[in-house]
Structure formats: structure tokens, C-alpha cells
Write a protein that binds this ligand. Structure first.
Ligand code: GDP
Ligand code: MG
Ligand code: ZN
Length: 354
């Protein structure tokens, strides 16, 4: 542990003295490290590192990654193409997402715009590969909220999907917000609001919107302002329509992607951050399924599924999964009607799917 920390410290220090090649630093023994340190000291004494030590670091945010080592960074009012120093490749060679849209970075703006430091992420928005390995693919980082969008009708309101997205968001430490769109298609608002009230009572924000009637758009804008958000939900729920309504000139790629493919034009499916003119960012995820649950997260579901945790007092087992167990507080609550059976079934479906 201590040795590891030593090495880390060494790595960090060396980042600023970067005309020493840092190949294979992880494999150095402590002896070799102290040798390196002596060499480093010598170099400093000779003053050979003076150029590189005059870094002019500025904090920026990655808007889009163009390749593993090249990206577009917003620094102040400017957008700058930056490269990633070679040493990052060595430190993190096993993960594909060394950098991702949303990362905060320190860039040396005195020279060739190299990223000198990547700030620790507060969270990541990830999906998992469809194969058995379920490899994590990071879509974006440092995101505040996910706007879980479902239409009231066409396609039919899908509460099961909302539950699933809520779980995925919570696991990722991203705040879920529920947006029920196309309320103009509802016979009565009372009915939808009753549906939404289950989530509202549990402290979730629920907004009701209609593009057709312009309802809830101001409220949605208020919610997005100065935050970094991503829209998730069924295709056809109205995500693109909502975004276009909020800011018509936002250059979304979501809609065009299939056309481009048909024409055989290569388009990237990488995510990127787009800036709202009212403050905050939108994560644009063309052709990317934004969220996934990893099978390893299965045991977290009982603790995070909406409304369950307050009812577990009567569960006999502290690690009750509320499925096959006897003497279960949740099952009792479902039987006596204090927890909706539809939500319980949705919970079981998520568990089974993992
Ligand atoms: N009636 C009604 N239709 C809507 C509303 N919002 C979107 N739509 C329609 O729903 C369809 C799918 O919308 P789109 O934004 O492409 O959905 P996305 O797949 O979630 O991006 C389009 O034909 C829209 O015109 C709404 O509030 N009311
Ligand atoms: Mg769309
Ligand atoms: Zn239980």
C-alpha cells in the first residue's frame, strides 16, 4: 500500500518534469525509483528541465474525444484541440477511456496544448457491452442528472424502463429526473399525475411536458439550467423534440445518424457535450444506448429500487432480496396494498434480468 503510494507520488511529481521518459514506471522497483529520483535531481540541478517546468496550466473541460489521445477542450470561452501526453497511455493502458467527454483537465497552454492532468471524476455515465463480459464503456463523466423521458402514449408509458433507469442512475451517482412527455395525448391529467405521484412521494422530481402544447418546457429549462444532463428513454418518447424545443440551434446528431449510415458516410458515435445557451451542458449521445446495469450490481438493486428501503424493517434477513425469502416486509406490503404490486413486479423483472 505504502509502496504504491510512493510510486504514485513519484509519478505525479514526474509529470511536471516531463523530459524524462516515463516508460514502464509501474514496473520499477523502489531501488530503481530512488535511482530515477537521483537522476531527476541531477537534471534539475543542471537546469535542463527549465522549459518544461514553465508550464502554464489552465483548467478546461473535454467536450469531445476524437481519438484516444486527441480531444476538444473548452477553456474559458475558447475551444481548443488538445493532445494527451504519452505517459497517460502507460499509466492507464488497460482502460479504453483514458479521457472521456465531461472530464475536467489541466492543459498546458504555453506550448502544444497538452493535457497534463486529468481531474478525478465524480461519476461516469456508462453502458456495458452486450457480450458475456459486460465490459464497461464510458460515455461521459461528471454528469449531474439524467432526464428519464417516457411518453404518456405512442409509445405507451413504460414505468418498468423508468425504474430501470432510476436504478442505473443511482448506481452511477447521477440524479434521476422523470419526464413524462406527450401529455397532450392524455384524456385527463389527473390520471397521469396519479401515476407520477408514486415517484414524487419518494422525492423524485417529475415533470409533465408536451411539445404540441408547449407545456412544462419552462419548467424543464429551469431544471437543466447550469447543470450537465443527459436524456435517456425509449426511442420515440420525444427526447429530440424536447431538446429542439429548448434550443433549436443546438447541433444534435442524434436524428441524422441513421441517414448518414444509409449514405455510407462515416460518422462517429462518440458522445459529446453541447452547451445550452441558458447554462449547463447536454450530453449528446448519437446512436448510443445511454445506460446499462451490470450484473455485478444485482445485489445493489434491493437497496436502491424506488420505495423499497423504508419497508424492509419486517424482512427477516438483513440481506433479503424480497423475492424467494419468507417473512419479507416488501411482500407483506404488496399483500396489504401499501406497496404497488406493479412496482414490485417491475423490481423482480430487473432482478431476474441481471
Ligand atoms: N403528440 C405529441 N407528439 C410528440 C411530442 N413530442 C414528440 N412528439 C412526436 O413523437 C415522435 C418522436 O419524437 P422524437 O423527438 O424523435 O423522439 P426520440 O426518439 O425520443 O428522440 C415525433 O413524431 C414527434 O413529433 C408531444 O409532446 N406530443
Ligand atoms: Mg431522438
Ligand atoms: Zn424482504
Amino acid at each position: 500500500m505504502n509502496k504504491k503510494r510512493e510510486k504514485k507520488k513519484f509519478k505525479r511529481k514526474n509529470i511536471k518534469i516531463s523530459n524524462i521518459e516515463l516508460t514502464d514506471i509501474d514496473h520499477f522497483t523502489d531501488d530503481e525509483i530512488s535511482e530515477e529520483k537521483r537522476a531527476e535531481k541531477k537534471l534539475i540541478e543542471k537546469g535542463k528541465t527549465s522549459n518544461k517546468r514553465n508550464l502554464k496550466l489552465e483548467r478546461g473541460r473535454i467536450l469531445e474525444v476524437r481519438s484516444n489521445y486527441k480531444c476538444l477542450v473548452k477553456i474559458g470561452d475558447k475551444e481548443l484541440f488538445c493532445t494527451l501526453g504519452g505517459r497517460f497511455k502507460q499509466v492507464n493502458f488497460e482502460t479504453k477511456s483514458i479521457i472521456t467527454a465531461g472530464d475536467y483537465v489541466n492543459v498546458d497552454v504555453s506550448g502544444d496544448s497538452r493535457i497534463e492532468e486529468i481531474i478525478d471524476r465524480t461519476n461516469t455515465l456508462s453502458r456495458f457491452s452486450d457480450n458475456d463480459f459486460q465490459i464497461e464503456i464510458i460515455i461521459a463523466s461528471n454528469i449531474d442528472q439524467v432526464i428519464i423521458t417516457s411518453s404518456y402514449k405512442d409509445p405507451q408509458l413504460n414505468l418498468g424502463l423508468i425504474d430501470r433507469y432510476i436504478c442505473a442512475a443511482k448506481i452511477s451517482n447521477i440524479t434521476p429526473v422523470i419526464c413524462i412527455n406527450k401529455i397532450d395525448l392524455a384524456e385527463s391529467l389527473k390520471e397521469i399525475k396519479q401515476t407520477g405521484s408514486f415517484y414524487e412521494k419518494l422525492g423524485f422530481q417529475v415533470i409533465y411536458t408536451s411539445i404540441k402544447k408547449g407545456e412544462g418546457i419552462t419548467e424543464l429549462k429551469e431544471l437543466l439550467k447550469d447543470k450537465d444532463s443527459v436524456f435517456s428513454g425509449h426511442s420515440g418518447a420525444g427526447k429530440s423534440s424536447l431538446i429542439n424545443k429548448l434550443q433549436p440551434d443546438l447541433k444534435l446528431r442524434t436524428a441524422e445518424i441513421s441517414d448518414y449510415h444509409r449514405k455510407g458516410i462515416h460518422t462517429t458515435t462518440r458522445s459529446r457535450l453541447l452547451e445550452w445557451d441558458f447554462g449547463g451542458y447536454l450530453v449528446d449521445t448519437p446512436g448510443i444506448k445511454t445506460f446499462g446495469l451490470h450484473r455485478n450490481d444485482k445485489e445493489k438493486i434491493p437497496g436502491i429500487f424506488p420505495g423499497l428501503s423504508v419497508l424492509t424493517g419486517e424482512c427477516k434477513f438483513f440481506n433479503c432480496t424480497h423475492s424467494h425469502e419468507m417473512e419479507c416486509g416488501i411482500k407483506k406490503a404488496v399483500e396489504n396494498g401499501s406497496y404497488p404490486v406493479e412496482r414490485y413486479e417491475s423490481y423482480l423483472r430487473i432482478l431476474e434480468s441481471l
